[in-house]
Design a binder for this molecule. Structure first.
Ligand code: CO
Length: 258
């Protein structure tokens, strides 16, 4: 059963997801060569608690931190550490919060200083694919329409779609039905209805789609060690148009003024 949210619930989910968006923008201010991923994690945790919420990932299935910080060939679920960012890195920052009993969950992949053109293209295409997926999050479509839109666009640029990790419904739990793969066939999968709230989160590799989990039990990495990008937004399915509950606006304001 896929929950249908009332307008009140959607506004609560919007508040939670906007707090994640603002937290990512706060983290964006600090991203530069020389900072450690653990320092970024501390900034995020403090910001979330200062806003009356609690970190959504901390303790989830035993996850040890507030952020997932995934650098270069790390796809997702990288654990913050003493690793110092360096020029040319890319870093996916994935953040969750729990505010007023509803979860927020979003991610953005940042460039650290100048990065090479092909990496820039990977980030651009991955972000664009997310918005193509969001265009399909309307009543009457199916999750396969979202997956198809993302996969078709990314593969047409020569990139590949990670299969093992997917998007998800979100609500009073971080992960709820439906599953939202970033690949698929048009017309397949659960039917979307107004009021369903889902996180769409393409994880796109420059090279092959294959991944493995590191010895730490969390960090997902590309098998070929080539870079991977990840962007995530939460959206409420609407009639004719999706209602995007989180936003990259705050992040991009910070990046423009850097
Ligand atoms: Co998610």
């Amino acid at each position: 059963m896929i929950p249908i949210r009332s307008e009140e619930e959607i506004e609560l989910l919007r508040s939670s997801n906007l707090l994640v968006s603002k937290t990512l923008a706060e983290v964006a201010k600090w991203i530069r060569p020389g900072i450690t991923t653990l320092e970024l994690d501390k900034k995020a945790e403090e910001f979330i608690r200062d806003h009356g919420a609690i970190p959504g990932f901390l303790g989830y299935n035993g996850y040890p931190n507030t952020l997932c910080t995934s650098v270069n060939c790390e796809v997702v679920h990288g654990i913050p550490s003493k690793y110092t960012l360096k020029e040319g890195d890319i870093i996916s920052i994935d953040c969750g919060v729990l505010l007023n009993n509803y979860y927020g969950d979003s991610a953005y992949t940042f460039e650290v200083g100048p990065v090479n053109e092909k990496v820039k293209k990977l980030l651009q295409v991955t972000k664009e694919s997310l918005f193509l997926g969001i265009e399909q999050a309307i009543e009457g479509k199916r999750t396969g329409d979202i997956g198809y839109a993302i996969q078709n666009y990314c593969e047409s640029h020569g990139f590949s779609v990670v299969r093992e990790m997917i998007g998800h419904g979100i609500g009073r739990k971080l992960h709820e039905p439906p599953e939202v793969p970033n690949y698929g066939r048009r017309g397949n999968g659960p039917l979307l209805k107004k009021g369903m709230v889902i996180c769409i989160e393409p994880m796109i590799n420059m090279g092959a789609k294959n991944i493995y989990i590191d010895h730490d039990g969390w960090t997902v990495k590309t098998k070929d060690n080539l870079p991977s990008a990840h962007f995530e937004l939460a959206v409420a399915v609407g009639k004719g148009k999706a209602d995007i509950l989180s936003t990259f606006r705050y992040i991009e304001e910070v990046l423009e003024n850097k």
